[in-house]
Write a protein that binds this ligand. Structure first.
Ligand code: FAS
Ligand code: PHB
Length: 393
């Protein structure tokens, strides 16, 4: 057994783990990141696209905001489309000047990985059987195996940043954790294509055939989604079929503007709302998707990972700098307060914009009333705007 020691062992090299690792490194706090897959595999995943100013600020604090500031697209509004019309929501005007930044999760993950490599901080990829141990005591440790050799990392704290399917949350004894879940009866079929976006800003469309979202990664690369069955077979969709269905769900003036082309990524994502409480178990702290999942309709998943890491890093820095556990003791309650606001907003956006098989004609009329109120009321649009740009940390 190979033995190592660090101050903070981080399980997961996604945005949450990498951001925490970078902040800890800059604060002189030793940490090791473990992931079960390679860097290349992680960078091959296509996920989020919208950053709140809070998350952008976390990247700046971590010293990795340069490319985002140069290449990210600041957006000041979104459109909500229904009944053949699109209606602009003035995010910036209704949130006291806040904006969101369009910058793909893949890119910020690369920026964080590059910074970690440059810093010479330790990341162990393709680590197998990663498991947290004794986090309810004073001597937690993580075990893993690699190339047939077993290893143990003794540490002060363990950060479970290993996503929804990771081992950290599953290592918590059942009586100590309570979960809340709603699984939606549909998924999102998404594509990436090297074509200019249909519009300057994102379009969220409610349509009797199902939800559609027009997003982007740059002015030459588009990201589109259409609501599909939760178990949709992605291989059953040709590009042509996708483009035709997307255009059916958009207002005619937008559908005419869609530039089509070959997709270079196509995938189906299931939609669920999930929260685990609490987010702290002795010396183990859950952050990001390990603790909560939101439907991507509100563009909150990645942004919640950033705010979790803000609270967790502040608590860890305070411990090592001042010997205080106050920040760490407050972590779970502080993080969950913001998590539930984002869970509520993501549920509300999903409920308002998707076709639900079991809500019938009454449900359809309620959706239409909700949408009409939203675009006709300054108060309703302001509520959407302040949640979409991100509530304060
Ligand atoms: P991640 O899941 O990104 O990272 C967890 C890491 O832990 C992974 O690298 C994984 O390999 C590792 N891990 C797992 N099990 C392990 C084990 N046993 N041992 C070691 N390591 C292990 N959010 C949005 O805002 N907008 C979107 O459009 C959007 N689309 C999404 C599409 C999909 C298919 C998914 C799954 C999520 C999407 N999300 C979206 C949410 C997503 O962006 C997450 O919120 C974000 O990745 C959270 O980051 P992390 O918490 O770091 O978790
Ligand atoms: C994306 O561009 O991937 C994206 C944008 C906004 C969302 C979800 C996904 O709400």
């Amino acid at each position: 057994m190979g033995n190592q020691r660090t101050q903070v062992a981080i399980i997961g090299s996604g945005p949450a783990g990498l951001l925490l690792g970078q902040l800890l490194h800059l604060a002189g706090i030793d940490n090791i990141i473990l992931d079960r897959v390679s860097r290349e595999y992680i960078l091959g995943r296509v996920r989020a696209g919208v950053l709140e100013e809070g998350a952008a600020g976390m990247l700046a604090q971590a010293g990795v905001a340069g490319r985002m500031e140069a290449e990210g697209l600041p957006h000041e509004g979104i459109a909500i489309a229904f009944s053949g019309q699109r209606h602009r929501i003035d995010l910036t005007g209704m949130s006291g000047g806040k904006r969101v930044i369009i910058y793909g999760q893949t890119e910020l993950t690369k920026d964080l990985m590059d910074a970690r490599l440059a810093a010479g901080a330790v990341s162990i990829h393709e680590a197998e059987d990663v498991l947290p141990h004794d986090f309810d005591g004073d001597a937690p440790y993580v075990t893993y195996s690699k190339d047939g050799t077993s290893h143990r990392i003794d540490c002060d704290f363990i950060a479970g940043c290993d996503g929804y399917h990771g081992p950290s949350r599953q290592a918590v004894p059942a009586p100590a954790i309570h979960t809340y879940e709603r699984v939606y009866p549909f998924g999102w079929l998404g594509i990436l294509a090297e074509v200019p976006p249909v519009s300057e800003e994102l379009i969220y469309a409610n349509h009797p055939r199902g939800f559609a979202l027009c997003s982007m990664r740059s002015r030459t690369r588009s990201r589109y989604y259409i609501q599909c069955a939760a178990d949709e077979d992605v291989d059953a969709w040709t590009d042509e079929a996708f483009w035709e269905e997307l255009k059916r769900r958009l207002p005619a003036e937008a559908a005419e503007q869609v530039v089509t082309g070959p997709s270079f990524e196509k995938s189906v994502a299931p939609l669920r709302s999930f929260v685990a409480e609490p987010m702290r178990f002795g010396k183990l702290f859950l952050a990001g998707d390990a603790a909560h999942i939101v439907p991507p309709t509100g563009a909150k998943g990645l942004n919640l990972a950033a705010s979790d890491i803000h609270y967790l890093f502040e608590g860890l820095r305070e411990h090592y700098r001042d010997g205080s556990l106050a920040g760490l003791d407050a972590y779970s309650a502080r993080a969950l307060a913001r998590v539930w606001q984002a869970v509520r907003f993501s549920w509300w956006m999903t409920t308002m914009l998707h076709r639900f098989p079991d809500t019938g004609e009454f449900g359809q009329k309620i959706q239409e009333a909700e949408l009409a109120y939203l675009v006709g009321s300054q108060a309703a649009a302001t509520a959407l705007a302040e949640n979409y740009v991100g509530l304060p940390y």
